[in-house]
Design a protein. Structure first.
Length: 142
């Protein structure tokens, strides 16, 4: 058997006079958040694809799986500190475009960027500048 308990808090007119309730405006804030979400859903963004980012002491790597996309349909651009990967895949009469922009660390040498495509996996190699590479420092004995 369940028992319903209702708690009521005494409200004194002097306690709430001039003070704003912490719940005031909550409904309008929730409405604003939902309106923003619906507005974003109404304007679809360009489809994105997942990428893997990893690095070693000499390079930063960006890896993306792009099965069924020809090498000629992939475009790679480096503009300022952003690497943009875009691809177009055609299936019959339909064409699908994908795009992904990734912020690149300042330590990358943009002039030596290279890319390879093997078995539908695109790997972009971003070499680090010489001064950005870690180097071992010997400790001298005094």
């Amino acid at each position: 058997m369940y028992r319903i308990t209702h708690y009521s808090y005494p409200r004194s007119a002097s306690l709430f006079r001039g003070a704003r309730s912490p719940w005031a405006g909550l409904e309008s804030e929730i409405d604003r958040l939902f309106a923003a979400t619906y507005a974003e859903a109404a304007t679809p963004a360009a489809p994105r694809f997942p990428v893997d980012l990893y690095e070693d002491k000499d390079n930063v790597y960006v890896r993306a799986e792009l099965p069924g996309i020809a090498r000629e349909a992939i475009n790679i651009e480096m503009v300022e500190d952003y690497l943009t990967l875009s691809a177009t895949r055609k299936q019959g009469d339909e064409s699908f475009s994908l795009q992904r922009s990734i912020a690149v660390p300042e330590s990358v040498d943009a002039e030596k960027v290279s890319a390879s495509l093997e078995h539908g996996v695109l790997t972009v190699t971003l070499p680090k500048r010489e001064q950005a590479k870690p180097r071992k420092i010997a400790i001298s004995v005094n």
